[in-house]
Write a protein that binds this ligand. Structure first.
Ligand code: GLN
Ligand code: ZN
Length: 758
């Protein structure tokens, strides 16, 4: 007998990002649909080969996607929002990409994008309204099943479950999404029937909403109803009747959950008539006894044994020992898998230049599967595997759970600071500024490339960057902005720039993770307590300040954002890591202050990402996140003005944290807001400075002065004019100077008109 090993999905961007290259080629028109399809096939083939080589008992079909798996689900159930259904396209494939990216030539907006649970992956939000109809369209999936069979593999099909699909959807104008459930279930049943006809024995059906602690009775009922229809005793959609039991001819369902424990919904989960259940092992250890009781005599329990979200490798012999009694008990009803889809990890660590302390300790997707098959082998008694597995201990892996930031010095109260800063800075009312970055021109990117390749010496590179800064300052003075920035020409990315300059952080060469569509990020790995190497680049800011009499705002990425956009060390509490990063940043902040920089902006675009999946833990998370932010500027003078920036304006869930950050000014993305936000903020007692983005930098459109003035007036209706700042809604690095210059001129003109009018 051999133990069943499987995955919950693999990265699909290709081991060297082949799919990214192909997609972008296709979108630009340089690559044919046939060639794109060939690349897609190669990526699937490579994934199946890997699963096969690592001894997986079945390979997954349905985890591959050309853009996004939620969008794929929409197409699979025949649900295409009317504006895309009506679009004129040459090829059907372009309708799919249109739904993901919009069709600019026909003024069709893309579907909204949002984060997949608490990961950095973004999915396309399905739109559900009164006209939504579903229909099984399994053809593309069936093709992939046949493709896998031709390769000689045994396929398991992976689907996003109907209830999670609806939960992640948006009801148009408040339309109740659950009202379409029965119709959706008919489509799912149709799909399962087709899969049965293809001889599929197992279907992995993902219902990750089962880990949330906020499901109400309606959602629980939807789960019960769905699996009554799709599960073992299949009911006929739209009725209460059960179809004749044909369970031999229909696939078995493995219901998967991941990312968290299932504590709150354990009862709901166990009552579903499915043939197997998958849980994240580490997070559900304490619930296993109850799970075993509820599992019954013939269901499968799949356990996620290797962490699919973290690059740290498990200690396999220890895991095997823990698992042995369970294996004794369950026999071949125990399956092993990674905890979740490996999509959230890069492909492989092979070929990376690892610091010695990380060798054998760190692994990506391929290595996780190696570990999984080693675990299977050890469990089955092939103990020879044991010798090859070293004791894998992370350099910062011992349980560090608390850091109450005792070195945090509270600032004077905000009104005292406000008065002192007003006097020190002498800014006009409605001061104008930008968020930090200026256009990253082709020349700047070429400079950085030449420098990293060694074609340009450090001195020449620095001289060239200084020239860019000189030019940035000159332009800002010409435009007449009040608070200037150096423009961040030295930074390719706001997190990796700092990661590279912190000791204790490792940056991979090719560790790419899909963020959305063809976009990938390369998260740095924090592996030991971090410290500031000589500096974090304050000299660029002080150089800029030396060129002007106006204040230049220093610019750093905050501790919470650095943490959330990196891979964190195992077993160390997030607040411990955040505080640790904050202390390294604080040295830089204090250095900037010593050098005469009077305004320092600590960006926290990822601040709200501290919110855990479980709502009961939100308050605590906001508390430590705000504390880490305060720690990063702890000790500055009251006269020094601390800014922060966030790329959103939905503060409802994080307001407690925003207040507790105790920044003097926060700039936010709100160019599309109609003003409700300002009323809300005023009502909640927000009294700090606020810089609502007055135009959308994501669009190439150049805002008119009147538009900006109107937006400011909307804010002024609710906020104290002494606390209002005027700025774009985000950094300008993706824009051109042709767009940026007139936009900023309009911004300055609008502020001046309002000052005169008051
Ligand atoms: N200071 C950064 C910039 O202007 C902020 C980027 C961000 O908000 N993500 O580019
Ligand atoms: Zn931003």
């Amino acid at each position: 007998m051999s133990i069943t090993l499987h995955t919950l999905g693999l990265p699909r961007i290709g081991k060297a990002r082949e799919l990214k290259t192909a997609l972008e080629g296709y979108w630009k028109g340089g690559l044919s649909e046939t060639d794109l399809a060939a690349t897609a096939r190669e990526v699937r083939g490579e994934n199946w080969r890997l699963q096969n080589r690592q001894g997986m008992s079945m390979v997954n079909v349905g985890d591959f996607s050309l853009y996004d798996h939620v969008l794929d689900t929409s197409f699979l159930v025949g649900h295409i929002a009317p504006r895309f259904a009506a679009a004129r396209v040459d090829r059907e494939l372009d309708r799919y990409f249109g739904a993901a990216r919009g069709l600019a030539d026909q003024h069709i907006e893309p579907g909204a994008m949002t984060k997949w649970f608490d990961t950095n992956y973004h999915y396309i939000v399905p739109e559900i309204g009164p006209s939504t109809r579903f229909e099984a369209r399994p053809a593309a999936l069936v093709d992939q099943i046949r493709e896998a069979r031709e390769g000689g593999y045994t396929p398991k099909v992976q689907l996003l479950g109907p209830v999670t699909y609806l939960y992640l959807s948006r009801g148009i104008d408040g339309f109740p999404v659950l009202s379409v459930l029965e119709d959706l279930l008919s489509a799912f049943r149709g799909i399962l029937t087709s899969l049965a006809e293809e001889g599929i024995r197992w279907v992995q059906i993902d219902e990750p909403i089962l880990v949330l602690d906020t499901l109400n009775q309606d959602w629980r009922q939807a789960l019960a109803r769905s699996y009554a229809v799709l599960g073992r005793s299949r009911a006929i959609p739209g009725t209460d009747e059960a179809a004749g039991s044909d369970s031999q001819d229909t696939p078995k369902l493995l219901l998967t959950t991941y990312f968290e424990d299932v504590e709150e919904e354990l009862e709901t989960l166990l009552a579903l008539p499915v043939d197997g259940i998958h849980l994240d092992y580490q997070r559900n250890k304490g619930l296993l006894d109850t799970v075993l009781e509820g599992l019954g005599p013939d269901r499968v329990l799949s356990l996620g044994m290797v962490d699919g979200r973290s690059p740290w490798r498990e200690h396999i012999p220890a895991l095997a020992e823990e698992l042995a009694p369970l294996y004794q008990d369950l026999g071949d009803r125990l399956w092993l898998a990674p905890s979740c889809n490996l999509l959230h990890l890069p492909w492989s660590i092979a070929g990376e230049d690892l610091p010695r302390e990380l060798e054998g300790v760190l692994g990506f997707g391929v290595e996780k599967l190696q570990d999984l098959s080693a675990l299977g082998a050890v469990l089955e008694g092939h103990s020879n595997h044991l010798d090859t597995i070293q004791n894998r201990t992370a350099p910062w892996g011992s349980e560090e759970l608390e850091d109450s930031a005792d070195d945090l010095v509270d600032r004077q109260d905000s009104s005292t600071r406000e008065a002192l800063q007003a006097e020190a800075l002498g800014l006009p009312r409605l001061p104008t500024t930008t968020i930090g970055s200026f256009p990253q021109t082709r020349e700047i990117r070429a400079l950085r490339r030449a420098w990293t390749r060694g074609e340009l010496g450090a001195a020449d590179y620095q001289a060239a960057i200084r020239d860019v800064i000189r030019e940035n300052i000159r332009i800002q003075e010409e435009i007449g902005l009040d608070v200037l920035v150096h423009g961040e020409p030295e930074r390719s990315d706001m997190v990796s720039f700092f990661a590279e300059r912190l000791d204790g952080v490792w940056a991979s060469r090719g560790g790419w993770v899909q963020s959305y569509g063809s976009r990938c990020v390369k998260p740095p790995v924090i592996f030991k307590p971090v410290s500031r190497k000589p500096d974090l680049g304050w000299e660029w800011v002080t150089f800029a300040q030396s060129l002007t009499k106006k204040p230049v705002k220093g610019m750093l990425t905050g501790p919470v954002t650095i943490l959330k956009w990196s891979f964190a060390p195992p077993n160390v509490a997030p607040q411990v890591i955040a505080n640790n990063i904050a202390r390294a940043l604080r040295e830089e902040v204090l250095e900037l202050e010593t050098q005469g920089i009077a305004i320092i902006q600590i960006d926290e675009p990822a601040f709200r990402e501290v919110l855990p999946l479980k709502r009961s833990r939100w308050s605590q998370a906001l508390d430590w996140a705000a504390r880490a932010f305060r720690l990063s500027h702890s000790g500055v003078k009251s006269e020094t003005q601390i800014h922060s920036h966030m790329c959103y304006s939905d503060f409802n869930s994080i307001f407690q944290g925003i207040k507790a950050m105790d920044a003097d000014v926060i700039s936010i993305e709100t160019s599309r807001s109609k003003g409700e936000l300002f009323a809300e903020l005023a009502e909640k007692g927000y009294t700090q400075g606020l810089g609502p983005g007055v135009y959308d930098i994501h669009s190439p459109l150049i805002p008119r002065t009147e538009e900006i003035r109107e937006r400011l007036e909307r804010a002024l209706a609710h906020l104290d004019p002494a606390r209002l700042w005027v700025n774009p809604d985000c950094g300008l690095k993706t824009r051109t100077w042709q767009e940026t210059r007139p936009a900023l001129e309009a911004l300055v003109a609008a502020a001046r008109q309002l000052r005169e009018a008051r």
